[in-house]
Design a binder for this molecule. Sequence first.
Ligand code: SER
Length: 339
Amino acid sequence: MIRKRAILITGANGEVGHGLIGHLAGHDTDILALDLNSLDDNLQPLVRDAVVGDILDQELLSRVMSEYEIDMIYHLAALLSTRAEFTPEAAHRVNVQGTINLLQLAIEQSRWLGRPVKFIFPSSIAVYGMPSLVVKHGAPPVHEDLYNMPTTMYGCNKLYCEHIGRYYALNYRQLAATPEPHGVDFRAVRFPGLISAVTIPSGGTSDFGPEMLHAAAQGQPYASFVRENTRIPFMVMPDAVKALMMLGDAPREQLTRRVYNVTSFTLSAGEIAAIARQAFPQAEITFNPDDKRQGIVDTWPALLDDENARRDWDWCPDYDVDRAFDDYLIPAIRERYGR
Ligand code: SER
């Protein structure tokens, strides 16, 4: 049987999956989409095959392994930071064991192909843990190697998977008599909070930004679960997809590290509310902080340093704050809700 060539996207039906599939589909790429839920109807025509299943299901992964020749994996499936706090052990299984299962699939595919499979991994601002608000607000843009002290299960999972990815890339079975010839070409970006005009996140703790905007556009009241003066960096989905693609395309020899920050603009929750109110005057946004979720966001940096990505693979976001809202979010959200 001839194995079908494809790139594999896990978590394909999630927010980043939607953005990525929409973008890749224009590039003549055969996509194998894998998700727990069936792929949205509008994405179905854009992929070669869509498999419904669990990344913890070894039998399913073996079937994928034998039917497809996969030279690139975007491993997007994860339980986000708020959801993970309700079921930390389940989150660990999905976020860590799920990632190891995919890395193992990548190693096996690398052996077949005779070259390393590219493994693109979205990591997160949640890997940081600022020790206090005073430090958070006084710190210069945070470099990848500082404050790696996450307080959430999700943040711990992402930070650990970055290390495990490096291990599969460089040291996998390093004492075996026949060492792994190729390894996995593991590359990770640490995203700030993401905002899409076409999907709404679920289960994250940066969700107050996108939730506020989508609620405002629909004329629904929204009570923010963080204080007005809460600041974290955000990025719009087209830039998040651009970062994944650029990192995936970068020549290996230009990469001086495996894990890169990317960022575009920082806003407070109050500033997002002001933009939403101006665009959608019927918006009813109030602030009713939830101390526990607030506590998580307070440990995330206000500013990220993405100099390494800029230097190594020419990273530069297309959307600063004005373009993000004026040219992308507000017009597309207006259209989406007919406002
Ligand atoms: N957006 C994610 C979350 O809130 C952070 O990576 O969990």
